[in-house]
Design a protein around this ligand. Structure first.
Ligand code: HGY
Ligand code: MN
Ligand code: MN
Length: 415
């Protein structure tokens, strides 16, 4: 059975090109949401959309859409292919970008072939999926799906004190469309797995049927600055030591749980941050995740109880701010079956999976049937410049996306 195929050179070339945009002085890839470097990435993506002859739309939160209306399908709900092009700090080149560029590639392949969809096909690059500069993550798709008021989102103050709405206006991406202006008929997101499962099991395609719950908190511990040399241990209210106890508590608890629960302290800052001063303040983030909502709540409660105990034992003040909280999400089984069927038709093994990472698909699943396709991550590495997926795996994943989009765009019944 002969299969359509995307243009590998065009897709791989664009992934490499976008991967070079937004590097800092040390050569690290840093395209934080609504930053100058991200604007360069956005401009490049829009240029490619225009070259492909797509209608370009930008909404109030800066989500970018490339719309292919095809012949006379106006008014029909579109098939939407999405992901993101903002990155973490010192990122790899595939996270998010692969799914957006593969979505554009699928549309161009179908256009070039004279394919006649029975509905529009749209590629979307959602704003601030990573949430590194402005919390919460998946913000653009959360606003698009009605989970967060756009005005409130635009007022978000970043870790650098900037305001998201000002920054989007400054970089020229405070768009005119209302978030949610197109309700998808179906949404598919192609993404690197960012974990070790597919590579370890030698499976080239993941059909993602659910996504774990996410809890982000910022913890502030207040103690007393004092002299590192003269202050007896028994007299200390050491915010730095208290923070360290939280980190080991979280790690030990997750490790002992023999469940998929994970806990991460990714950011930490001490004040006054001087070698010979006992820290008066420690501020850090806690990222908790679990596929089961009740277990995730249990982890949050355990942390809250530990913080209370710590405050009593160490004589420190503790305050917590919630940054993000998303329950686990189930994806659309009909689309998951389409992904499995497409892999089967191409003779590729396929495995049903849970996503450990957050994705825009979990937000768009609130307004449309949605599912995801994963391809292997070498060594399970991501959010790291060593992130890598082989060209053959990238092309195979994009062809699965092509097949699933064709089925969804021609009204073929889900299998
Ligand atoms: O945090 C996440 O899982 C995603 O990379 N934003
Ligand atoms: Mn991503
Ligand atoms: Mn990411």
């Amino acid at each position: 059975m002969s299969h359509r195929s995307i243009d590998p050179a065009r897709l791989l070339g664009r992934i490499a090109t976008l991967g070079e945009i937004g590097r800092d002085a040390e050569g690290r890839l840093v395209r934080l949401a609504a930053s100058d470097s991200e604007r360069l990435g956005r401009d490049q993506f829009v240029a490619w959309l225009e070259e492909a002859g797509l209608e370009v739309a930008v909404d109030h939160i800066g989500n970018i859409f490339g719309i292919w209306n095809g012949a006379g399908v106006d008014g029909e709900k579109p098939v939407m292919i999405g992901s993101h092009i903002d990155t973490v700090i010192d990122a790899g080149i595939y996270d998010g970008c692969y799914g957006v560029l593969a979505g554009l590639e699928v549309i161009e392949t179908l256009k070039d072939e004279g394919f006649e969809p029975s509905r529009p096909i749209v590629v979307a690059a959602f704003t601030n999926e990573e949430g590194v500069r402005y919390a919460p993550d998946m913000m653009g798709s959360l606003v698009y799906s009605g989970g967060l008021d756009v005005a409130a989102a635009l007022e978000t103050v970043g870790t650098d004190g900037t305001v998201l709405g000002d920054e989007l206006a400054r970089i020229g991406y405070a768009g005119s469309h209302a978030p949610g202006f197109m309700t998808p008929h179906a949404y598919v997101e192609l993404h690197i797995e960012q974990g070790p499962v597919l590579e370890r099991e030698g499976v080239p395609v993941g059909a993602v049927e659910d996504l774990q719950g996410i809890s982000w908190q910022k913890v502030t511990i207040d103690g007393d600055a004092n002299h590192a040399g003269t202050t007896p241990i028994s007299m200390r209210r050491d915010a730095g030591y208290a923070a360290a106890r939280v980190i080991t508590f979280l790690r030990d608890r997750a490790k002992a749980s023999n469940t998929p629960t994970v806990a991460t302290v990714g950011c930490i800052a001490f004040e006054p941050n001087a070698i010979n001063v006992i820290p008066s303040r420690a501020t850090f983030t806690v990222d908790l995740r679990d596929p089961e909502e009740d277990r995730l709540q249990k982890e949050e409660n355990a942390l809250a109880a530990f913080l209370e105990l710590l405050s009593a034992e160490e004589g420190v003040g503790v305050s917590v701010e919630r940054l993000a909280r998303f329950e686990p999400v189930k994806f659309d089984q009909a689309i998951v079956r389409q992904i499995e069927a497409a892999a089967r038709d191409r003779g590729l093994a396929c495995k049903r999976m849970t996503s450990g990472a957050g994705h825009d698909a979990q937000m768009i699943a609130r307004i449309a049937p949605a599912a995801m396709i994963f391809v292997p991550s070498h060594g399970g590495i991501s959010h790291n410049p060593k992130e890598f997926t082989a060209d053959t795996e990238l092309v195979a994943g994009a062809n699965i996306l092509l097949d699933v989009v064709c089925r969804l765009a021609t009204g073929e019944l889900p299998r």
